[in-house]
Design a protein around this ligand. Structure first.
Ligand SMILES: Cc1ncc(COP(=O)(O)O)c(C=O)c1O
Length: 386
């Protein structure tokens, strides 16, 4: 087994020559990034108002094809806002995946709503449309409200997540939810640049959210984007994230409880520079994914590749090992030998806060939880090499 681990480690090292320690995903910064940040500092507009915030929003609109984009402090705040805007309230149920990063569930919990966990699809590790259909069989419309019969709760939203940048079957998910009047908020935190049937992830749902955290494909340190095609929701998003301040030249009037969630101009400057490099980053990441896929194919180790009808940004590459024992041995060996690897997140249902939440069998989620390992996926230092 150790021989195979050494072979894998050597191959990963060959993608990232000259690095002693190979991180899972490190950001890449160029002179352009530094110049834009310096420009924001020189302008003195470093907080939530500034030309780079407007530019960042415009770039995200252009890139995703959404009509509106609102820049916020991070992807978690983007999700929190999007769920509020979708109408989620205390005591409601929100359908999501047990296999996701904690932020998805935290955002649901900030509102006092409760997640209902359904299984993921083995093809892409994101929400399974089949599991959603089964869940919805237990939902009945009562006085215009979708009610989940086993819990008696209102189903207020559905939050699929495009895991590691691989798109879910979002068209099917949205049309299933439409039948019940359930709004879809896409957690597209990991999938900037990923499209499904030619349309950007995040644009199928009522709202979509992205993260620009330091470990993402492009980063601005900390930042997020909410996208939507609904003018009213976009206006509300901007208002709520700006302390609900009623615009006035000097008066301080706030017409509801708001949030200080606006993205600072300083971060937006970095975001603009990174967005300009996004296509080049994705091309490099896809070349690495292709090389990994061929290599792991030769070892008969399964590799998570882009699903049908999709273009994936391959944010984090992932392999599936034989069982948990092999997974743990691989994690130990690689991390002991300077190659950073990580298991997938623990299922949300294992955490105390969500242990008692409704869930289906989670069969695929458990299978993936025991076997999946993320392997180094950064853009290479010299992306011109093939
Ligand atoms: C699936 C998912 N949702 C939400 C987030 C939250 O984004 P942020 O870290 O920018 O708050 C992340 C990443 O960090 C994520 O991976």
């Amino acid at each position: 087994m150790e021989t195979t681990f050494a072979q894998i480690s050597d191959f990963i090292r060959s993608r990232y020559p000259g690095q002693d320690f190979i991180p899972l995903h490190e950001p890449r910064f160029s002179d352009k990034d530094k110049a834009y940040v310096m420009d924001a500092i020189d302008s003195t507009f470093v907080s939530s108002v500034g030309a780079y915030v407007d530019k960042f929003e415009a770039m995200c609109r252009d890139y995703t094809g959404a009509t509106y984009a609102i820049a916020v402090v991070n992807g978690t705040a983007a999700l929190h806002m999007a769920l509020m805007l979708a109408g989620v309230q205390r005591g409601d149920l929100v359908i999501t995946q047990a296999l996701s990063f904690i932020a998805t569930c935290n955002a649901i919990s900030y509102i006092g709503a409760e997640p209902a966990f359904i299984d993921v699809d083995l093809k892409h590790a994101g929400m399974s449309a089949t599991a959603l259909e089964a869940f919805l069989n237990d939902v009945e419309i009562r006085n215009g409200v979708p009610v989940h019969l086993p819990t008696g709760k209102k189903v207020a939203a559905c939050v699929p997540m495009h895991t590691f940048g691989h798109p879910v079957e979002i068209d099917t998910i949205v049309s299933l939810c439409d039948r019940y009047g359930i709004p879809v908020v896409e957690d597209a935190a990991e999938s900037i640049g990923s499209t499904y049937k030619g349309k950007h992830t995040g644009t199928y749902g009522l709202l979509g959210t992205f993260s620009f955290n330091g470990n993402k494909t492009v980063t601005c340190g900390g930042g997020g984007i909410i996208i939507t095609n609904d003018a009213q929701l976009a206006k509300q998003a901007k208002h709520l994230t700006t302390q609900a301040k009623v615009p006035h030249r000097w008066e301080f009037v706030h017409d509801q409880i708001g949030y200080n969630y606006r993205c600072p101009n300083l971060n937006a400057a970095l975001a603009c520079a990174q967005m300009e490099q996004l296509d080049a980053f994705i091309a490099d990441k896809r070349a690495t994914a292709q090389a990994y896929e061929a290599f792991f194919g030769s070892l008969h180790i399964s590799f998570l590749s882009e699903p049908a009808h999709s273009f994936s940004n391959y944010w984090l590459n992932a392999i599936l090992l034989k069982d948990k024992e092999e997974r743990d041995a691989f994690l130990t060996w690689t991390n002991d030998n300077g190659v950073m690897t990580r298991p997938v997140w623990a299922l949300m249902t294992h955490l105390d806060m969500f242990r008692n939440c409704y869930h289906d069998s989670l069969e695929n989620s458990r299978y993936i939880e025991d076997r999946l390992v993320n392997i180094p996926s950064s853009v290479r230092l010299n992306p011109s090499e093939s």
